[in-house]
Design a protein around this ligand. Structure first.
Ligand code: HEM
Length: 498
């Protein structure tokens, strides 16, 4: 028995070694980091690839400041049997974009799409091929100028409530408070639900159950995704059980909301102004015919994806916006004078967003310097790709690290300078700015995100001066699912004397 066990173990080691060597040959043309042992074991032997250290495993793969420290423009990271290629080459991004649907797929084989389908149903982010095309055609109608008026209504309401807090204590931890704000905004704008998280900040009372479920899902979702399906199915305790319970609760709530709304619309009652009403009424025609409208399951699943894609990204983006704005007083003063000119003392309206373009450039500039997701667009080639001296094998996970080109003087002169005015000419290289991804699967919610942030800034700049804590040093970032400032951004808001 002992001999047999030894033999099987040896055979396994040999097989893994052969696979490792084959993989080495397959990716021989691409320089990078290779690590045979999984990180905890490798660390015991003192050898660990640098990109793991300050990051979470999943996102660590795509942290460009580490992977491209030694290797540009293309770099591989091989670990635990998984190979990822990270690219920070604008020409290659252009090549990918031009061949986005024919040579590349968004199905990068990590099982993320399957996970989303399994847990949250069929939505625009988990769908592929024709089904994705149909959903995207229908959902595009949620992001027209007319449909996005709901972002104003929701942001205005949530921020009015949050600004009440400033009367009690005007020094606020924006790193903590922006997530409740963006969650409340998207809950109301996407499906007319008030999570009341900002209210929770007021009273420190218990969060409503729906909001608790969201919190539970986001806190542990990445842990669950990293587990193989059979393990996550088998385990029913600890954080995994909690995520399952939260998902069940979340799905039953969204299903209720969708059913009630559908009934309301069918009975001819006026529909609330939010994205769900637009989704229910959306119709579209593709190259062949009228496409099938979204089913109730798809409506609920898309409510989930709007929540998850739009809440934390925007909160992280705003943390950087507040940091840069406070560090650059001349920008803050200019922004205030523009807000004064456009708004005077009256409340901001949706139509003002167009005239507040400078605020959009502020947000864009912060998103250029500090994109919340660093390995933005992720694609897998459908066949072997030969590019310059590199061969990228079919099926490889490729991450496009836009943070590198977006901070490169070649594409953005004096890239280290926070200069919103650089966006005025509109003639930057669009393949060098990937914060919202690129190609046919780019971010559908980009306009939503800009409008929300412009409105938040307008409301605050109109009434307050802002100061970052004086001892806040140079900006360092860390990855908690996405990039965020390593040190909490505390801002003091003082009523303006005009
Ligand atoms: C600052 C805020 C945001 C950032 C930085 C961001 C970034 C991104 C990125 C990088 C992608 C992947 C693009 C690609 O692979 O090429 C993406 C996809 C997506 N985003 Fe956003 N996003 C933001 C806000 C939002 C908002 C507010 C919503 C919805 C209301 C949203 C909904 C989505 C959806 C549904 C997708 C998947 C699109 C598809 O596969 O067709 N995002 N986003």
């Amino acid at each position: 028995m002992l001999l047999f066990t030894l033999f099987v173990s040896l055979l396994l080691v040999v097989l893994v070694y052969i696979k490792w060597q084959r993989n080495k040959a397959k990716y021989a043309s691409i320089p990078g980091y290779e690590q045979f042992l999984p990180p905890p074991l490798a660390e015991l032997f003192g050898k660990i690839v640098p990109f793991y250290k300050p990051t979470m495993p999943m996102t660590g793969f795509v942290n460009p400041s580490f992977v491209h420290r030694e290797h540009k423009p293309i770099c591989k990271i091989v670990s635990m049997g998984l190979t990822v290629v990270s690219v920070c080459d604008v020409e290659f991004t252009k090549y990918m974009t031009k061949n986005d649907t024919t040579l590349f797929s968004v199905d990068i084989g990590l099982g993320i799409a399957e996970f989303f389908k399994e847990y949250f149903g069929n939505n625009v982010a988990s769908a592929m091929g024709k089904d994705w095309h149909r959903q995207r055609l229908l959902l595009n109608q949620c992001f027209t100028d007319k449909a996005l008026t709901c972002v104003h209504d929701s942001t205005f309401d949530v921020m009015t409530r949050w600004m009440e807090l400033l009367k009690k204590n005007n020094r606020r931890n924006m790193s903590e408070e922006l997530t409740p704000i963006t969650t409340d905004v998207i809950g109301k704008a996407a499906f007319g639900y008030d999570f009341g998280l900002v209210e929770g900040l007021h009273t420190s009372s218990e969060k409503p159950a729906f909001a608790d479920a969201i919190h539970e899902i986001f806190a542990n979702m990445f842990l669950v995704i990293t587990l193989p399906k059979f393990i996550r199915e088998a385990i029913n305790f600890g954080p995994i059980a909690r995520v399952k319970k939260a998902v069940k609760f979340f799905n039953s709530q969204t299903a209720n909301i969708v059913a009630k709304r559908r009934k309301m619309i069918n009975e001819g009652h006026p529909a609330p102004n939010d994205l769900l009403s637009v989704m229910i009424n959306a119709t579209a025609v593709d190259e062949n015919d009228t496409v099938a409208p979204l089913t109730d399951e798809e409506l609920a699943a898309n409510c989930f994806i709007f929540m998850s894609a739009g809440q934390e990204t925007t909160a992280k983006s705003l943390q950087f916006v507040f940091y840069h704005l406070c560090k650059n007083e001349h920008v803050l003063k200019k922004a205030q004078s523009i807000v004064d000119k456009v708004l005077g003392d009256r409340d901001v309206e949706y139509a003002d967003v167009e005239d507040l373009q400078y605020l959009e450039w502020i947000v864009k500039e912060a998103l250029r310097m500090n994109p919340p997701s660093s390995g933005v667009a992720a694609r897998a080639p459908l066949k072997d790709i030969k590019y310059k001296d590199y061969t990228i094998p079919k099926g490889t996970m490729i991450f496009f690290s836009g943070a590198i080109s977006a901070n490169d003087d070649e594409y953005f002169p004096n890239a280290a300078e926070f200069k919103p005015e650089r966006w005025e000419s509109g003639n930057h290289n669009r393949y060098a700015f990937l914060t919202f991804g690129i190609g046919h699967r780019n971010c559908i919610g980009m306009k939503f995100a800009y409008i929300e942030q412009v409105l938040i800034l307008a409301m605050l700049l109109q009434k307050y001066d802002m100061k970052l804590d004086a001892d806040y040093g140079p900006l360092e970032t860390k990855v908690v699912v996405q990039h965020r400032p390593a040190k909490d951004v505390w801002v003091t808001f003082t009523p303006r004397v005009k």
